[in-house]
Design a protein around this ligand. Structure first.
Ligand SMILES: Cc1ncc(COP(=O)(O)O)c(C=O)c1O
Ligand SMILES: N[C@@H](CCOP(=O)(O)O)C(=O)O
Length: 510
């Protein structure tokens, strides 16, 4: 927590809508309190005012922003003076290192842990702009300086924690197993969390008259869906590079429907990534992949949310499927920030789960973090993580090394069986969540994860985006896969007797 010389503000100085705030919607912390907010009579919004206008009006005459963030090189082991404003269009340091968004922690530490907990709790589930969003409810820790007026939000985040009661108990003898449903979201994946931040910043840059034609990404289907939706909501052109025939139909139709310029390229994701980097270096198109550290600021809020949902008790394990490897670092960053600011006392052990067909991180981990080699990723049902040359490899290693982390892998059979078994207990999992569940099963079987541990599996996308893999599995139509838990429909004639025969057989009736 903050050093003792800092005089901290107490929880009673928090306003439910806004604390000492940055951007347009600012209240003086000393002039309003949770209690006064609660007792105030309900205010009617004028007919010609929407929630954005209301937030703007409330912010008029606000004090200057007290929190700030900037880009610094991601070089945890070297001291460097290099830094950039978030208003610069830059993705790499002078030496070519990744960038990181660094917050002014000393300013944040002027407020104690109870203050932040109360503030975040007071915003959950509201419609006040933009704090009803799970991401923007943590605005001071995400993009403190952005004007609320520039924010492009679809009220993302606040995803539920599913208590995996039957799966935990029957499969793993665990009572405290949870699935963080990040895929139950506007575009059906966790990418919405990062995209609201990135597109908001682009909106700000465009208002500042920075020459940006649009925003572009390479994608295995989820980043492109999120980018297209947020850009469409803001009226900003989106350009997406997709590997032809390697993403699901449901994912492909999302950017098409949202009006993005869709380029279907005859290469894999890694090829698309190389091309978008070349194109964004050449044209004024802002890069929206997680190479851009702004994305991770939004994604890290899922970790903060998990702590909040457990009333700031830290789970023992958090298992995250990994592809381009931004998200595992985002989770680390969220937990680390909570610890730095005194909201939690430790960081959970992180597990990054990869498909065995696309496992460069797993191989690196097994080699004792020596000689990283990019690979050519093979086809996997977990198509969104079919990535052989992950951009955030250094970030992922840092996250794992600093959380006593583990890397696991799952074969196609293991991940598809894990999905089917989870679905049989009421979930509707995507194959990437299957990878994480399969990793959990392995770690539980070998005793690394204990029966009494509290574990959270991060579900990264909605199963409805990947129905073809489920159809293939339940039709037993996958070569070399026994599909042990398939539940194919029974074809029956339009005949009462035939129906009764099937019911007697299936329900073991006499
Ligand atoms: C559904 C899904 N799960 C997991 C991942 C992996 O996330 P990351 O690339 O941040 O490792 C991705 C994207 O890569 C994804 O789309
Ligand atoms: N699964 C991702 C792959 C790209 O990852 P990103 O986080 O770097 O954008 C996708 O859906 O495109």
């Amino acid at each position: 927590m903050a050093s003792s010389h800092v005089e901290k503000l107490s929880p009673s100085s928090v306003s439910a809508e806004n604390p000492v705030e940055c951007g347009s919607s600012v209240h003086d912390a000393s002039s309003s309190s949770l209690e006064t907010q609660a007792s105030a009579s309900p205010k009617k919004r004028p007919a010609d005012e929407n929630i954005r206008d209301e937030a703007r009006r409330q912010g008029l005459g606000a004090p200057r922003c007290t929190f700030s963030a900037k880009y610094v090189p991601f070089s945890p082991f070297e001291d460097t003076e290099e830094e950039y404003s978030l208003d610069e269009i830059i993705y790499r340091s002078k030496t070519g290192a990744l960038l990181d968004v660094q917050h002014d922690l000393e300013a944040l530490k002027k407020y104690d842990a109870t203050y932040w907990k109360n503030l975040f709790d007071s915003r959950v589930g509201k419609t006040s702009w933009p704090y009803g969003s799970g991401v923007w409810s943590k605005k001071e820790w995400v993009l403190p300086q952005i004007d609320n007026d520039d924010i492009v939000s679809l009220f993302e985040g606040n995803s539920n924690l599913f208590w995996a009661e039957r799966f935990g108990k029957e499969m793993l003898q665990m009572n405290d197993l949870w699935v963080k449903q990040c895929g139950i979201s506007h575009t059906g994946s966790f990418k919405d969390l990062g995209m609201t931040v990135l597109v908001s910043q682009v909106n700000r840059l465009r208002r500042m008259k920075k020459p940006l034609l649009g925003v572009g990404c390479a994608s295995t289907g989820d980043t492109s869906a999120a980018l297209s939706a947020y850009c469409a909501a803001a009226g900003i052109p989106a350009i997406v590079f997709l590997p032809a025939n390697r993403i699901s139909i449901a994912q492909l139709v999302q950017p098409i429907a949202n009006g993005a310029l869709v380029l279907s390229l005859d290469t894999d994701f890694d090829g698309c990534m190389r091309l978008i980097r070349e194109v964004t270096a050449e044209l004024p198109i802002y890069l929206a992949n997680s190479l851009n550290s702004l994305r991770l600021e939004g994604q890290k809020t899922a970790a903060i949310e998990i702590c909040q949902q457990f009333d700031w008790e830290v789970p023992d394990w958090v298992i995250v499927p990994g592809g381009n490897l931004g998200n595992i670092y985002a989770f680390f960053k969220g937990f680390h920030m909570c610890k730095e600011l005194g909201l939690i006392d430790r960081i959970p052990r992180l597990v990054c789960a990869q498909a065995a067909n696309a496992n460069p991180l797993y191989l690196y981990y097994k080699a004792g973090w020596k000689n990283f080699k990019a690979i050519k990723a093979s086809n996997t049902f977990a198509s969104a993580i079919q990535i052989g040359d992950p951009v955030s490899i250094d970030r992922a290693v840092f996250a794992l090394q600093n959380s006593d982390g583990i890397v696991e892998e799952a074969t196609e059979e293991e991940l598809m069986d894990a999905c089917a078994q989870a679905d049989l207990t009421g979930m509707f999992t995507c194959p990437h969540t299957g990878v994480a569940l399969a990793a959990l099963i392995k770690l539980r079987k070998n005793g690394v994860i204990r029966a009494t541990d509290r574990a959270v599996v991060v579900s990264t996308a909605h199963g409805l985006k990947f129905t073809q893999s489920k159809i293939d599995y339940h039709s037993k139509a996958i070569a070399d896969l026994p599909c042990k838990f398939a539940n194919p429909p029974v074809q029956v004639a339009n005949d009462f007797g035939a129906v009764m025969d099937v019911l007697r057989r299936e329900l073991s009736l006499r």
